[in-house]
Design a protein around this ligand. Structure first.
Ligand code: SF4
Ligand code: SF4
Ligand code: SF4
Length: 479
């Protein structure tokens, strides 16, 4: 019997982590254990000594051996493109001038989505919802600029979505990413109509004011905090999105503590600044190891307050072959009515737009038209063909990370690694070790494996007691 699942062996301070992501299993072993596993991996019928039997029993019990099959991964493969969620990039205008803005908001010509374009996008997902026999669809509002700067279109388009939904006994859900600099009227309307929003705030007032100043150069911290406190008061759900630069990295723990002293977000997402747009040449990239250290410290503060804090690519609970909707599932409308699969390609003037923009609304035929070949190409970009990721133990979680940023890190079309990989690996490793730690320190198995594992551990304990002197080597392998 050999190993019929993908396993990864990660060196770990003199020991090794053995990780089988598609069986949801991880354990710690030593070099003898890894050698045995390597042999097993290479050979259908390895020569087995009596001393190896307990280890084989153990591998069987935790389902690393055997034909139970892997857990399913989430994939877009073979799905018909029929989205029930539309994201509207309402405008390229913004009331802030963030120093790292990926979309260069304010530096490029203003473009605004018309109400009619927004309505066409909403009608499209509404019809798909009917055809699929579902009862709810989603309308999101996202960047390229601050969506609330095109306020009338935002309000009227969502009210239109609600009317359409009501006319067919459905529900329309609304979400938005916002910079939080909102008037009282806008805050109120959002809290009354949307299911939730993500508010970008970078932390302590001076961090926020330097990294995310107003268009006029004024400070933005007070207004953004007023917005989230308003949401807290009316019990409206929101998450916080923080961007970390070399300037703010050291104070990430204080920033998180500061925010959580006076606000109650459902979660905090923390990402290092991307080297895109205005962030490309400002020399404020974060050092990966320092980011991980600051992140861990900040996260323990968030945990004390029961707030989930995460970084997007470290997600061992997810099994997937794609990082996000950009692999041929996203239906995002640019102000001009183009269909983009990526949040960071909000117009045809953006880099790599030719790959991510795959359709548009045709006013003559009154239909959305898609370039089917592009959709197929986007779908082909799942994790499996990425050579760089093939040996990475995070591959079925991170799935190659953000496809758009990866395009910027590719050499002759092949992804050639990114400093984010180091962050992703360290934080994912930490998640796996935490699971093992919660499970007694040696092994972690999920779900249906647990009973079998308890039995085998009990057997080991009895056997260990009986043969404590003769089985030194076996125990060394198991542990
Ligand atoms: S709020 Fe968003 S769109 Fe506006 S400048 Fe900042 S990053 Fe750019
Ligand atoms: S490819 Fe990257 S930027 Fe584009 S939608 Fe996915 S995560 Fe966002
Ligand atoms: S190599 Fe990097 S991008 Fe690829 S799966 Fe690993 S961490 Fe993610």
């Amino acid at each position: 019997m050999n190993i019929r699942t993908e396993i990864f062996i990660v060196p770990l301070l003199g020991k090794f982590l053995v990780y089988a992501p598609l069986r949801r299993v991880a354990f710690i072993t030593d070099s003898a254990g890894t050698k045995f596993l390597e042999n097993l991996r290479r050979s259908e019928t390895p020569r087995l000594d009596r001393q190896h039997e307990p280890f084989m029993d153990f591998l069987r019990a935790i389902h690393v051996l055997g034909d139970e099959g892997d857990l399913p991964i989430s994939t877009f493969e073979n799905r018909t493109f029929k989205p029930t969620e539309v994201t509207l990039f309402l405008t390229s205008r913004c009331n802030l001038r963030c120093i790292y803005c990926y979309a260069l908001a304010g530096d490029r010509p203003a473009s605004e989505m018309s109400l009619i374009t927004a309505m066409r996008g909403i009608e499209y997902v509404w019809r798909n919802t009917i055809e699929k026999g579902k009862t709810e669809f989603t309308v999101g509002y996202h960047g390229g600029g601050e969506p609330t700067m095109n306020w009338e279109v935002l309000k009227e388009s969502f009210e239109y979505a609600k009317r359409l939904a009501r006319s067919t006994g459905m529900q329309a859900h609304g979400y938005m990413a916002t910079n939080g600099v909102l008037s009282y009227e806008k805050r109120q309307w959002i809290a009354n109509h949307f299911c939730g929003v993500n508010v970008s705030i970078d932390g302590l007032p001076d961090v926020q004011n330097i990294q995310r100043p107003m268009r006029s150069g004024r400070q933005s911290s007070d207004e953004v905090l007023e917005t989230v406190r308003f949401f807290d008061n009316v019990q409206f759900r929101y998450g916080i999105r923080m961007t970390v630069t070399a300037l703010s990295l050291e104070r990430l723990p204080q920033s998180v503590a500061y925010l959580l002293e006076s606000t109650r977000p459902t979660h905090i997402q923390v990402e290092p600044m991307y080297l895109l747009g205005r962030g490309k040449d400002i020399g404020m990239a974060v050092e990966p190891l320092a980011f991980v250290q600051a992140f861990m410290e900040a996260r323990s503060i968030a945990r004390q307050r029961n707030v989930d804090m995460f970084y997007s690519a470290a997600r061992m609970d997810v099994l997937t072959d794609h990082f996000c909707q950009s692999c041929g599932e996203g239906f995002n409308l640019t102000p001009q009515g183009f269909v983009s699969s990526c949040y960071e390609v909000p117009g045809p003037e953006f880099e790599f737009a030719d790959e991510f923009i795959f359709g548009r609304y045709n006013n003559d035929s009154r239909r959305f038209e898609f370039d089917e070949e592009k959709v197929i190409r986007l779908r082909d970009r799942s994790i499996e063909p990425i050579a760089w990721c093939d040996k990475c133990f995070c591959k079925w979680h991170c799935a190659g990370d953000c496809f758009y940023k990866k395009k910027h890190r590719s050499v002759e079309h092949d992804f050639a690694g990114d400093p984010r990989c180091e962050i992703t690996r360290l934080l994912t490793l930490q998640q796996i070790l935490e699971k093992i730690g919660q499970n007694g320190g040696k092994v972690w198995v999920e779900g249906y494996h647990t009973e079998a594992l308890r039995r085998i551990e009990a057997q080991y304990k009895m056997r260990d007691r009986r043969k404590s002197n003769e089985d030194q080597q076996t125990r060394r392998i198991i542990r």
